[in-house]
Design a protein around this ligand. Structure first.
Ligand SMILES: CC(=O)N[C@H]1[C@@H](OP(=O)(O)OP(=O)(O)OC[C@H]2O[C@@H](n3ccc(=O)[nH]c3=O)[C@H](O)[C@@H]2O)O[C@H](CO)[C@@H](O)[C@@H]1O
Ligand SMILES: C=C(OP(=O)(O)O)C(=O)O
Length: 422
């Protein structure tokens, strides 16, 4: 059992190094399995549990993988894939398992997904992925828990997504990259991670146009080669560290953070009284005035990222007035509210909307992470709370944030990661 213990009260000051992006490295590991020869090298890899699971999954299908933690580098040799089965005990522990399907389809003619994990946020459908594979010529057999996708060969076709699914876009681009002919994907996702994956696939030899326009064209090629690629910085990790400065009234320098990748999150934090100064590859973030309340509507990029909705809810508890949060991407992403209320907050949830009545002083107590981002939001709340906050289910935080305690401590925070047998 992993637990985080946070003692609040310190304003954070200093330099934090932003990790590589979880939501870019996972599809890149999937993409590396498309290369039939050579070894792929991924740099700036975040050392998080989801990456460990992805390594295990790649090994389970026959790839040889080295994770060099100190160098934050992955070396992947996918020249001999041996099994189409993505085993339940690994696949059910993270969402990124869905990103292995296109490579297995191309390399082995079949992918057997024995389950999918990831944050529990309400319904998380995969129908756009399956419909896309079918339109490219695959047969999809959706059992209760096991999904089998088979194809003797895929062929380019016009595709669409009802809404711009992040992993759906990545999967259909990967499936189309080796499918002879032209594929057009309408209503594709615009997230920076999707563009980074396109950049890597393009280096591998894929022919992809229209990234970032919502309308992507892929001309299928015969083969893709192993390449070296540096994973982009994690905009969600950057957002969390910016909010750590905001909630404690501190000043932090975020190495590697990209202000443009924050989209509307930047403007909302500014409305709350947070100052940003773009210093090239370092972003300075400061809050030295009372926090103002905020209205947040989550949306696909560049809208307010749903993955930062829980963290900003924690910050809103300290704002002077009522903040309104409308969650539009997931239908069950307010588990944090009950935990914040245990700490003295006043958060009321009605359907897809929450109202945070601030300011309420927060008091440390025992709370539970229900998913990755509610977990990190509780760390933020703990930084501003009086006394000790003990957060159970810390594995969920470790799924997506690397060396969290160490990076927080470097800013003067009292955050400890504890391992216990109960
Ligand atoms: C590993 C990864 O990259 N995870 C991210 C990815 O998740 P993920 O790719 O799973 O999220 P999607 O963009 O696909 O899902 C968004 C919404 O669309 C719905 N939907 C999606 C696909 C589909 O086939 N049918 C369908 O109805 C989902 O139920 C959900 O309500 O994007 C989310 C939204 O930015 C982020 O919170 C996750 O951190
Ligand atoms: C929802 C998230 O991740 P995943 O899709 O991997 O569950 C997240 O990163 O907040």
């Amino acid at each position: 059992m992993i637990r985080y213990r946070v003692r609040g009260g310190n304003a954070l000051r200093g330099t934090a190094f932003i990790q590589g992006a979880k939501n870019a490295v996972l599809p890149m590991i999937g993409a590396s399995l498309l290369a039939t020869e050579g070894r792929t090298v991924l740099r700036n890899v975040p050392i998080i549990e989801d990456v460990r699971r992805a390594v295990e999954l790649a090994e389970a299908v026959g790839a040889r993988v080295e994770l060099h933690e100190a160098e934050r580098t992955l070396v992947i040799d996918a020249s001999k894939l041996t099994s189409p089965v993505l085993p339940a005990e690994i696949a059910r522990r993270f969402r990124g398992s869905v990103l292995f399907v296109p490579a297995l389809l191309h390399r082995l003619g079949e992918a057997v997904l024995e389950g999918v994990g990831g944050c529990n946020l309400g319904s998380r459908n995969l129908d756009f992925h399956y419909l896309g594979y079918k339109r490219l010529g695959a047969i999809v057999d959706e059992g209760d828990t096991v999904i089998r996708v088979k194809a003797a060969g895929l062929t380019g076709a016009p595709l669409y997504l009802d809404t711009p699914s992040h992993t759906g876009t990545e999967n259909l681009i990967m499936a189309a990259s080796l499918a002879p002919g032209t594929t057009v994907i309408e209503n594709a996702a615009l997230e920076p991670e999707v563009l980074d994956v396109i950049e890597m696939l393009t280096k591998m030899g894929a022919r992809i146009r229209g990234g970032g326009t919502g309308f992507i064209t892929v001309e299928g090629v015969d083969e893709l080669r192993a390449v070296e690629h540096r994973v982009m910085p994690d905009r969600l990790d950057a957002g969390v560290f910016a909010m750590a400065a905001a909630i404690t009234g501190g000043e932090v320098h975020l190495v590697g953070a990209n202000l443009d990748h924050l989209g509307v999150v930047r403007w909302k934090l500014e409305q709350m009284g947070v100052e940003f100064e773009d210093q090239g590859a370092v972003l300075r973030v400061r809050r030295d005035r009372p926090l103002r309340p905020i209205n947040v509507i989550t949306d696909t990029f560049p809208g307010f990222a749903t993955d930062l909705q829980s963290p900003i809810m924690a910050v809103a508890c300290l704002a002077d007035g009522a903040s309104y949060i409308h969650e539009r991407i997931f239908d069950g992403r307010f588990a944090l509210a009950g935990e914040l209320n245990k700490m003295g907050a006043s958060v009321k949830v009605e359907g897809s909307r929450a109202v945070v009545h601030g300011p309420t002083p927060l008091t440390g107590t025992q709370v539970t992470a229900h998913d990755l981002r509610s977990g990190i939001a509780l760390v933020l709340a703990g930084l501003a709370a009086e006394g000790d906050t003990e957060i159970s289910n810390g594995y969920l935080i470790d799924r997506g944030h690397s060396y969290l305690a160490e990076r927080m401590q470097a800013l003067g925070a009292d955050v400890r990661r504890e391992i216990s047998s109960s």
